[in-house]
Design a protein around this ligand. Structure first.
Ligand code: D41
Length: 672
């Protein structure tokens, strides 16, 4: 058999099936048959790696994870859309277009559903997909080529239809997740103990933002394209011709797009789509109307950031009334207390809602929400709807104003309200609702940095009640670990030795690890200096002393005092010390504040230092480390793989240091 021929044949078949599925919306084989073809191709390519080509369907997945996204300039800015909230504004849009075009006849528009997804741009050079980016600020987007390649809906090579292949094709579209794909994704997230997505749009955004495209590949993403960018090698007269050409090239276009004339048909399309919206397999939040003729589009032009030839008609948020059966209080992983209304189940926009978030006490007071009230709820794309207002006429007799309890519903400790925010918080280090998150933070890289102690291990140890607070980490015994599922003798010993090593730590790491509200790494370092690494004086510090520390404001100091008011938090620290935590005095040889006032950004990979160690060194020398480059940056330390940040720094004329140069500075100071 001729392997080369067979490989080409299967690739073509797979591409054909993608075309039938995503463009024609009419699949001709089952998912399992499709998988079989892909599998056969993989095997053939494995045995003949010299025949692999970059546009083979097997090459969608498996690219190495990135450390950050690069940036891509859009050759033509991605504009915004003006919005019409009510019918009259759609009519006014059509009147304006007629007036500007000096015509009384019905204008030809293309009507499109407005997908609630993530705007992207795809670039094809001579028919080959080369780049893909997010919308960003419309001028510069993030380079998400690797992630977009994983979408079967995006052809890696354009099909030869009845239009020639342009030498350059930039096309814009909306990446989305279907409602059913979203539900399945959330079921999986829940199974794995991961955070649930609030709506399909967030799920699509989160999936496209993965640095590891192998995660993106597992998400049920799809795309519909709707707008040209730069096109070279072929010209179109109308928007509809362009959309038709996209389909012949194998690029998906929404099947509900329609050719229409005049304001009456705009309104009819808008109302039709609004009534269909709940039956569509994906979320739409309105409709879009574009003047069909490209030359008329040009005549109309652009005003500030949106074209005069297009408008979006927004749907009204979907509202219904129901009754609040009860109000519960939930404690998040960071201790935030959120009141949740339990509703009489009701259908809104095709989904059943049973809960609504009440945000905080201020929101409850402002709307005077009470148990037993009949309320108007609104679903704006989110699964968790909002309460718009109380229908006061329907309020039963003898209701009471609702007040969030003053103690945590999980651990019973007092809850606090931060000065700047309306949110109440439980600050108990050992609150069962927060303990997993607190432990994960405590052992994380920039805190105690315990190697090999992953999320799954924390989960098992908390569930088995071996860990009920962070100090218990230091009393873990070999048997505690060895008895866990899939724990090898060697791993158990490694973890114990990592725990042992972590006991020699610094004040700043330890205090940061405690997760005191608003005490990040930088503040922890300031506290270390001020208290000369004495944790006991820190635990007993009063408001006025903290307030007087330079760079520490009232919100931070209030949070600290509240944290230590809880005796159990002090006990956790004392027990950690009793179990061997040793807090080192700051390293005086490095305290020359030679980098005082200098801001550093680190990018790319460093070869002799870990990022957190580099950060520590800079901070010890009085410098600051920031995560993004701006005109305030003094130095960019760039290692291999540096991308967007390096470019920005070069543009801004910021001093760039290679790792070696950076180390020389540190080394010199260290030897003074
Ligand atoms: O479906 C959409 N979300 C959609 C968005 C669409 N069908 N067409 C669009 N057309 C444009 C113009 C006319 C400005 C090129 C858009 C958007 N813009 C858009 N979406 C978000 C910002 C801009």
């Amino acid at each position: 058999m001729d392997f080369a021929k067979r490989i080409l044949k299967i690739r073509e078949e797979i591409n054909d099936h993608n075309y039938h599925y995503y463009v024609l919306n009419d699949p001709i084989i089952s998912d399992s048959e499709y998988d079989k073809l892909l599998h056969e191709l993989e095997e053939l390519e494995n045995t003949h790696p010299e025949l692999i080509s970059p546009d083979s369907p097997t090459q969608r997945i498996g690219a190495a994870p990135l450390t950050e996204f690069g940036t891509i300039q859009h050759t033509i800015p991605m504009q915004s859309l003006a919005n019409a909230m009510i019918d009259e504004e759609l009519i006014a849009f059509d009147k304006r277009v007629q007036k500007l075009l000096e015509t009384n006849s019905n204008v030809n528009y293309i009507a499109e559903p407005k997908l609630d997804g993530i705007g992207v741009e795809l670039v094809y050079k001579n028919g080959v997909f080369t780049h893909g980016s997010t919308r960003g600020d419309g001028i510069t987007g993030e380079d998400i080529t690797q992630n977009l390649k994983t979408l079967n809906a995006i052809p890696l090579r354009l099909r030869h239809g009845n239009h020639p292949i342009p030498s350059i094709l930039e096309v814009r579209g909306e990446v989305f997740i279907t409602k059913s794909g979203f539900n399945e994704l959330n079921i999986n997230q829940e199974k794995q103990g991961d955070k649930l997505f609030a709506n399909p749009r967030n799920a699509a955004a989160g999936s496209l933002r993965q640095l590891d495209s192998r995660i993106t590949a597992e998400r049920p993403l799809s795309i519909f394209c709707y707008q040209p960018g730069t096109i070279e090698g072929i010209a179109f007269e109308t928007h509809m011709e362009f959309l038709e050409a996209l389909k012949t090239w194998g690029i998906p276009v929404n099947p509900h797009i329609k050719n229409i004339f005049g304001a009456d048909e705009i309104l009819k399309y808008h109302h039709d789509m609004e009534s269909k919206r709940n039956n569509l397999p994906y979320d739409i939040d309105g409709t879009v109307y574009k003047v069909n003729s490209f030359s008329l589009q040009e005549t109309l032009g652009i005003r500030s950031r949106s074209p005069r030839w297009a408008i979006a008609g927004k749907f009204k948020a979907q509202q219904v009334t129901t009754i609040i059966k009860n109000i519960d209080v939930q404690v998040g992983r960071t201790g935030a207390i959120t009141p949740v209304a339990r509703l009489e189940p009701v259908q809104v926009g095709g989904v059943t809602v049973t809960n609504a978030t009440l945000h905080n006490q201020d929101e409850i007071d402002r709307k005077d929400i009470r148990i037993g009230d009949t309320v108007l709820v609104e679903r704006a794309g989110d699964v968790i709807p909002k309460i718009v207002k109380v229908i006061i006429d329907k309020r039963p007799q003898k209701t009471e104003k609702y007040q969030i309890p003053g103690t945590c519903p999980i651990c019973g400790h007092k809850v606090y309200r931060s000065e700047d925010k309306a949110v109440m918080r439980c600050q108990n280090l050992s609150c069962p609702a927060q303990i997993k998150g607190r432990i994960e933070h405590f052992i994380s890289r920039n805190a105690l940095d315990i190697d090999g102690f992953g999320e799954k291990l924390v989960e098992q140890l908390v569930d088995k009640k071996i860990l009920s607070s962070v100090d218990k980490i230091f009393t873990i015994k070999y048997d505690d670990l060895a008895n866990l599922d899939r724990m090898a003798d060697k791993s158990a010993k490694n973890i114990l030795s990592a725990i042992e090593n972590s006991k020699n730590t610094t004040f700043a790491r330890f205090v940061y690890g405690l997760g005191i509200r608003n005490v990040g790494e930088h503040i922890a370092k300031i506290l270390e200096k001020h208290f000369n690494a004495n944790i006991h004086t820190f635990m007993n510090a009063q408001r006025d002393e903290l307030d007087n520390i330079f760079e520490i404001g009232p919100i931070v100091s209030k949070g600290i005092v509240q944290f230590w008011k809880d005796r159990d938090n002090k006990n956790v620290v004392l027990s950690s010390i009793a179990n061997g935590i040793n807090i080192a005095k700051p390293d005086l040889s490095l305290t020359a504040q030679i980098l005082e006032g200098k801001t550093f950004v680190l990018t790319g990979s460093l070869e002799t230092l870990t990022r957190s160690r580099a950060k520590e060194l800079i901070q010890k020398l009085g410098g600051r480390v920031s995560s993004s480059v701006s005109s305030k940056t003094d130095y960019l330390v760039a290692g291999p793989g540096a991308g967007g940040k390096l470019k920005t720094a070069q543009k801004l004329g910021i001093k760039i240091l290679l790792e070696e140069e950076f180390l020389t500075i540190i080394y010199k100071i260290n030897n003074k």
